[in-house]
Each structure stands twice: as C-alpha cells, then as structure tokens.
Design a protein around this ligand. Structure first.
Ligand code: MN
Ligand code: MN
Length: 290
C-alpha cells in the first residue's frame, strides 16, 4: 500500500509520539491542570520535530473521547480514570496512540483495554479478516467481566486523514475486509463498566474542516484563514483567536466544518491504542520504542 519512504514518515511520527506519550503520562497527577498538560503535549511534539495531528484528548472517567480543555479551563485531575489520546504527524502521515492513566482504583478496566490491544496486535498480519481482530478484542475485554465499547472503532490512517478505512470494530461484527501489507492502522479497544456504548454529551472543543464553500461572514473567513494549515485534521477551538464562537457557528451551519462532541458512556471507560504497519507475517508497532 504505502511506499517505503512514506512508511519512514509514519515511523518517525510514531517514535516522536512514543516519547511524547511517556513524558505526558508522568504529568497526569492529582492536582495538575488539564490545560497545562494539553499545552505541554503540543509543545513537546513540536520540540521533537513533529506536528500536532489533532488536539490532545484528555478524557476522564465516563468520557471516552473528544474532550480537550478550552482556553479558560481551570480543571485539575482528581482520582480520575484518565485517557490520553495523542497524535503526531510528519508531512501529513499520522501516528495515533492512547493510554489510560489510573489515578483511582480501576485496575480491571485498565488491564482489559491493554490486554485487548495486545491480543489484537498478536493476530494482525496481511490477509487477516478484520473480524478476527474484533473477536480478539471482544474476548479479551469480556474476560475481565466488562464490555467493549461497541460504537468506537480502530481505523486506517491516510495522509492528513485520521479516520480512513478500514474500520476495526471492538466487538465481533462480520467484516469480510482483509488487512493488506503496508497498510497503516490504529487499533483502539475501549473497555467500559457501563453499557458499552457512547453517546454525544457536553460541549464541543474539537472541529475539523469538511469542504470548501463560499461564505461571506468576516468572522467565518477569519477562522478559515487560521485553520488552513490543519487541512482536514482536527483542530481545537482553543487554538483560535478573534470572534471564535460566532465564526465557528457560521462555518458549522454552512457545512464547512464539523464539531466533535465529547463522547460518554454510562460507566467508566478505559482505552489503549497503538498504530501499526501491517506486514506479511505480523505488524510493526510504530508507537512503541523498540
Ligand atoms: Mn487516538
Ligand atoms: Mn485513533
């Protein structure tokens, strides 16, 4: 699928990300501010020569994804179940990873997601049906007496596209789609002690560009100028300046951008994610240090 020089860019993004993640994990501590962590992650990515592929997601407890602090956020970590989901790109080639940091006592959920990820990575190779991966994830998570989150999935990665085919479900669903050598995919099991389904909740802090259309509003045009460089990658409201609320609203109504509401389960949620390059007899995990 991807050429050798392109795969090297994915690898570079992955190794930067592996280092950023281990530094970030150390900053998830009771009393530390979420906004400080988010800004620190973004700064560290650039310092190491990468670009921020999407706003760092810092989702706590029932939140599963799409939470990132606003500019005004003053919240600090409590005894939370924290999911850090971070992305780095090099020339548009994205590596995507997530880790759960448990500041409470949620061993089972953390282990369920981690084991499911390892079980999935064990069965990945060119030619394998995606259903085999989904079954590995589901069985590992259910082995802990908790549920995989059914409506969140792993995904392929393409240049400037964070969610490309194939979709990799976290529970057994007939797929018929097979992995191909040289494909880059992110596998991301979520485990929940609630109902294993997320719903949209809370405000929106993350957006992405959808398609170009004429728009006259100066506020909207001012935002468009600021987000040009992100292409089709997600961006944070926090990164923007000016009459941001008005501009974003107009762009969203016009279908030029879309928002990503925070996704929540009814119970606590854990997550583990790595990005891999599919090979003939297995895979190369690019978001871990060898
Ligand atoms: Mn992710
Ligand atoms: Mn992902």
């Amino acid at each position: 699928m991807h050429e050798a020089d392109v795969l090297d860019k994915y690898r570079e993004a992955g190794q930067i990300l592996a280092d950023v993640r281990s530094e970030a994990v150390k900053k998830v501590k009771v009393g530390h501010r979420l906004l400080d962590l988010a800004e620190n992650i973004e700064h560290t990515i650039r310092q190491k020569g990468g670009e921020v592929a999407f706003p760092p997601n810092i989702s706590r407890n029932e939140e599963a994804a799409h939470a990132t602090p606003s500019k005004e956020d003053v919240s600090v970590f409590g005894k939370d179940l924290v999911k850090l989901d971070i992305g780095v790109h090099v020339d548009g080639y994205i590596a995507d990873t997530a880790v759960t940091v448990d500041l409470g006592k949620h061993d089972t959920l953390v282990k369920a997601a981690n084991d499911a990820l390892d079980a999935a990575i064990d069965v990945v190779k060119a030619g394998v049906d995606i259903e085999v991966i989904s079954v590995a994830i589901e069985e590992a998570i259910e082995g802990y007496g908790v549920l995989p989150v059914a409506n969140l999935t792993g995904h392929g990665l393409e240049r400037y596209t964070q969610h490309a085919p194939p979709s990799i479900p976290n529970r057994k669903i007939q797929s018929g789609v097979k992995l191909e050598e040289g494909q880059v995919v992110a596998i991301e099991p979520f485990a929940s002690d609630g109902n294993g389904r997320v719903h949209e909740a809370g405000k929106v802090e993350i957006y992405s560009f959808v398609k170009a259309k004429p728009i006259r509003s100066p506020e909207a045009r001012a935002i468009l100028k600021q987000i040009e460089g992100y292409k089709t990658l997600p961006f944070a409201k926090r990164w923007l300046e000016g009459r941001v609320d008005l501009g974003l609203k107009q762009l969203e109504l016009a279908g030029i951008i879309r928002g990503y509401p925070v996704l929540k389960d009814r119970g606590l949620v854990s997550q583990a994610e790595d990005t891999v390059i599919v090979t003939a007899d297995g895979c190369e995990v690019i978001t871990r240090r060898p």
